[in-house]
Design a protein around this ligand. Sequence first.
Ligand code: ADE
Length: 231
Amino acid sequence: MNWGIIGAMDEEVAELKKEMNIEVTRQIAHVMFYKGTLNGRDIVLCKSGVGKVNGALTAQLLIDHFQVNVIVFTGVAGALDPKLNIEDIVISSSCQQHDLDATALGFSRGEVPMFSRESVFKADEMLINQALAAGKHLSDVEVYTGKILSGDQFIADKKEVEDLFLTFDGKCVEMEGAAVAHAAVVNEVPFLIIRSMSDKADGEATMNFAEFTKRASARAVSIIKGMLSER
Ligand code: ADE
């Protein structure tokens, strides 16, 4: 197995980059790829940059240029489900683009128009189970599975949180996961998105994001490391 591992920001990939054994470094477009091993497992680590376009194009580059057969995303998100606390973890059962809106044409919110597949992208069951097993070893935080929403917006408003939670039943919101999922699904590559909460996407989200991104990033990475240490 050759795992593609994506984070959007430096904080999300720094620890894995430090710990992996890098054999090849290669830049394609604006994305740096680090090919090597971690715990004896083949990985290609990269930082996509923020937003859905960056997420999707990075996933496609991993598939086309590095022949990865699994894509895992690690990073932070804003909580939508009021049960969630900062640093809690969400493992994607599925992903959806909450800002895709062709309702004027009769499509539902979040539906990819004229698309031959489901607009709610299902994550790989085996990867979900591996992540949950890795999560059992974490203390002080809860690990949930649920739908992860993505859009090209940093959400920092309680009303929007309520709307996204009620409309889509999303557990958390971020800016890349569903785009990575979309690219993975159309290429038939299994994927998983792992997110730890840096904030609650409310009026305090901007401050919390600045304060908790580093710690939350480390939480998500600990799930990946747990998954990679299983044989
Ligand atoms: N990533 C982390 N927090 C977020 C938020 N509140 N909105 C969108 N993406 C995020």
